[in-house]
Write a protein that binds this ligand. Structure first.
Ligand code: GDP
Ligand code: GDP
Length: 456
């Protein structure tokens, strides 16, 4: 599962500035999706090929135990518990504060790998770092979130901690020479075999009916195996089969097996939900039709789209809503999740097991669409037809020239367009191409990405 990095520190040390700097490259992409709501505290990013989730924790007051500050501290502790690496940010301008000592003591007790970064260090002498040694968290790293200095080194340190085995594995491979080849071959065969199993994440906020749905889907079926000891900490995967199609349900927000049934016994975890979305091929976004679409629903949906996952929307508890509530729900769905228009929508009742077959059918279709293979001649023909129907607008004296297209990826399908002056293609035209490709190739249920490679 995708690892998690938590940014921790007292207020005003520059956590959100650092968060924005680390995740900024994502924003350009996201700006292309109209109506997308995101929780600004979570983002996926990558450094030198290593992807990870970053969480910007709110405040951190380890000693307060009531009110909103305590709630923030609780969420921060949960984020720390669920993270793989903690970046503890301090402030060179204010110097070492008593609260930094409290946070450091807490972090040491968690036993998590901690990187100590001293922010706002631009223009300060190295001696300004000296007092931070007192925290007992190793060498403080001078950074400037606002200006960018030191952030590259920090990211190097983060990724080094996220792949601790990388170094020895490399040495072994060198030592054993050709012996590493069969291993690589085996890994490829395995991934080809598992590709036929649809990885499914059922996500939604607390009480929408996730565990009811999981039990309804898995309960009647022969469950092939339970609690596979996976590579990740306490992630469970539940394989099941329906109408000859194999699925693996990926644990989301604390879904746990109790005897033969599943329960959501743990409190809701945004991070686990995001990790499950990242690991899945298809996401079923479960909504509560009796309550409408909330901010939290919109954030989860936004993350699924941003991750490029295929999505099926299921409005649950349809059995208990009247005509008026149905109308309200449909309105809120269209208004709050316009970026999910590519996804099939279903009205279901997990409790009375209504509509579940239709959901799985859409899951299968979305999976097929997400893994479609499109040849260069077919794509290029579709591109030429799209351009013939509507040309990209002239930008000043130049008109972008779209020459040919090839497929650059799956799940989501990525269509790479080659030509000239492609950096002048406006977002609106990219969206036109995306919706046109989606229709021509019948890619229902999956988002689609268009990328450009300009010759000059
Ligand atoms: P947070 O409360 O920890 O999320 O802190 P913010 O990111 O909101 O930053 C608090 C203040 O510190 C803002 O006014 C930032 O502009 C400022 N700040 C953040 N990073 C730096 C930095 O590297 N250098 C300087 N001089 N100021 C910074
Ligand atoms: P989770 O927190 O998302 O796993 O939600 P649960 O599966 O625990 O369900 C929360 C509550 O909603 C429980 O009381 C369920 O019985 C109820 N529930 C779940 N699905 C339905 C449904 O389709 N119709 C109705 N009326 N209630 C449902």
């Amino acid at each position: 599962m995708i690892p998690v990095v938590a940014l921790v520190g007292r207020p005003n040390v520059g956590k959100s500035t650092l968060f924005n700097r680390i995740t900024r490259s994502r924003d350009a992409l996201v700006a292309n999706i109209p109506g997308l709501t995101r929780d600004r505290h979570y983002a996926k990013t990558q450094w030198e090929g290593q992807p990870f989730l970053v969480v910007d924790t709110g405040g951190f007051e380890p000693v307060v135990d009531t009110g909103i500050v305590a709630e923030m501290a609780k969420q921060t502790r949960q984020a720390i518990a669920e993270s793989d690496v903690v970046v503890f940010l301090t402030d060179a301008r204010t110097g070492l504060a008593p609260q930094d000592q409290h946070i450091a003591a807490y972090l040491r007790r968690t036993g998590k790998p901690v990187l100590l970064a001293v922010n706002k260090a631009e223009g300060l002498p190295p001696t300004a770092m000296a007092e931070f040694h007192e925290l007992g968290l190793g060498q403080p790293l001078a950074v400037s979130a606002a200006h960018g200095s030191g952030v590259g080194s920090l990211l190097d340190d983060i990724t080094a901690l996220l792949r601790p085995e990388a170094e020895p594995a490399h040495e072994e491979a060198v030592d054993s020479g050709g012996a590493s080849d069969p291993v690589a071959g085996e890994a490829e065969v395995l991934s080809a075999a598992t590709a036929r199993v649809i990885k499914l994440a059922i996500v939604g906020r607390p009480n929408v009916g996730k565990s009811t749905l999981v039990n309804a889907l898995v309960g009647e079926e022969r469950v092939i195996a339970f609690d596979q000891p996976g590579t990740t900490r306490d992630a469970i995967e539940v394989p099941f089969e329906r109408d000859g199609v194999e699925y693996v349900l990926i644990d989301t927000a604390g879904l746990r097996r109790k005897g033969k049934v599943f329960e959501t016994i743990e409190k809701f975890s945004v991070l686990k939900t995001l990790q499950a979305i990242e690991s899945a091929n298809v996401v079923v976004l479960l909504l509560d039709a009796s309550e409408g679409v909330s901010d939290q629903d919109a954030h989860i949906a936004g993350f699924a789209v941003e991750s490029g996952r295929a999505v099926v929307v299921a409005a649950n508890k349809w059995d208990k809503v009247d005509a008026y509530q149905r109308q309200l729900f449909t309105n809120s769905l269209n208004e709050r999740l316009p970026f999910l228009s590519f996804a099939r929508q279903h009205e279901i009742s997990a409790l009375s097991r209504k509509g579940l077959g239709a959901v799985l059918k859409s899951v299968n279709e979305a999976y097929k669409a997400a893994f479609t293979k499109l040849s260069t001649p077919r794509l290029t023909r579709a591109l030429q037809e799209a351009v013939a129907f509507q040309q990209p607008p002239r930008a000043g004296t130049v008109r972008p020239k779209l020459r040919y297209a090839h497929q650059g990826g799956q799940n989501p399908p990525v269509i790479v367009i080659h030509g000239n002056a492609l950096d002048r293609v406006p977002n609106s035209y990219t969206r036109y191409l995306e919706s046109r490709f989606s229709k021509v190739f019948k890619l229902s249920g999956t988002p689609l990405r268009v990328e450009y490679r300009s010759s000059h």
